[in-house]
Design a protein around this ligand. Sequence first.
Ligand code: PMP
Length: 326
Amino acid sequence: MEYAENILGTIGNTPLVRINRITAELPCMVLAKYETFNPGNSVKDRMALKMIEEAEAQGLLKPGGTIVEGTSGNTGMGLALAAIIKGYRMICVISDKQSQEKIDILKAVGCEVHVCPTDVAPEDPQSYYSTARRLGSEIPGAWYVNQYDNPANAQAHYESTGPEIWRQTEGKVTHFVVGVGTGGTISGVARYLKEQNPEVKIWGVDTYGSVFKKYHETGIFDENEIYPYVTEGIGEDILPENVNFGLIDGFTKVTDADAAVYTRRLAREEGMFLGNSAGAAIKGVLQLAEHFTPEDVVVVLFHDHGSRYVNKIYNDTWMKEQGFLE
Ligand code: PMP
């Protein structure tokens, strides 16, 4: 019989899928690492499981313990699945910018959800970073995951996502393009691919309102780069330890409007029903066109599923309110 012992056994080994229409103007092949095939419908299942296994191994998380994380939803889902199978209580601290669907989905898999304001500084006690850290220290037996600075986040991608891309492309991958939030995905994949072939180019996709691109280019953490933005899942107003800037060749910034419009184009032109950061990622690939030649094999990673965005990106009224649709 061929089966997984439990749902955690289905994490990883996601397909690579060619993008045909949206990228028709590019000279090269573009392949999507299609992470919605994970059981929690996002790439985050990989790092959630890895971070929990590391915490168990280090004695930070004991049987019957509580997991606390500040999460935009996908990491919470990944942690929740592992918490269910392994018998932990799961608390997610989320910012009020996130879609209601993400909150409802977390509750569906048994999470306790705390909602915090978005428009406060990270060091403000009300911020979701501060609230998660506080709950992690106040609750007996709690472990604060901290995906931003937890090295097991990038390590998960070094051990699984990177090797899969290398194997699936038979070592032919020349560029890897991906949205950057905590930096775990880009840094782990970059380290693995550059170890196999130092010529592989790594591009991060950033948002307007985030510090990454400017910091990468100048070494300056410029607070003027920070302002509210709509795109979910990528961009930061902090420098997470998981962003390994030395492994990244460059960043490109995608506007909120483009990220939203291209997310919808992926659904309607490629049959790829995906989340907001996928639109940003594919628009990022198009913006990098001048870097590609006909021999290149570009891999772009799509983080999460469209179901979490039906009342936002896929809702015409919301799109018009944002000024993203005529
Ligand atoms: N897209 C989505 C939808 C996400 O939830 C995240 C994680 N914040 C990212 C992209 C960025 O991935 P990473 O945190 O590994 O940089």
